[in-house]
Ligand binder design. Sequence first.
Ligand code: ZN
Length: 231
Amino acid sequence: MSFRRIQVGALAAIALLVVAIVASGGAERGPLAGRLIVVDPGHGDHDRGVCHFPSDLIEKEINLDVARRLERSLKAAGAQVVLTRTDDTFVTLDERADLANRLGAHLFVSVHTNRIPNHPECFGAQTFYHPSSQESRRLALLVQEELLRIDSENYRRALPGDYRVLRRTRMPGILVEVGFLTNARDRSLIATEAYRDAVAASITAGIVRFFAESPEPSSAVTPVRPAQPGR
Ligand SMILES: [Zn+2]
């Protein structure tokens, strides 16, 4: 083969590669294609959240790890995902909500880890939604249903909660508590990668169902909530 033919062949191969990269980058496939989801790992830096030091479980670290797994799971379903923090930094509640608003995200998912002092018997992952948004409630019910599938003992229901990040975001949003660090059973689950992956997969499954039952972008019908001081 002449040098010129090799050159032409190489150029053609590069052109094909560029076309392939542009095609794969420009059009995600999957049930969440075209959806932008902001995932919010709670706490960070000096704000450690709930801690259980005998087992070295620290909420800010758990939240970020589960959020990363959720990001991978959502992307595998075709979604675009933006995290409110990608490392151990402090981000205020308002900055987290404002990021989602500024990006015009379709959904906001905050990830936390629970505790209930003096009630070590309480266990189970639980989903919260802001009571002002019916779409958030619908999303929370679906995600909670999926979370119950991975834990046959968990009987918790989705509940309304006046969380500041949910009040301030203008799209459907939920806050998922992955379990209780005050409960020995939950601690042993949360310590495993398998449980964290299962939680991420459940949240994704709930989100896929949410959009499957509502083909139109739902942010347009969500009322804007007035900003109030509080948690
Ligand atoms: Zn928290």
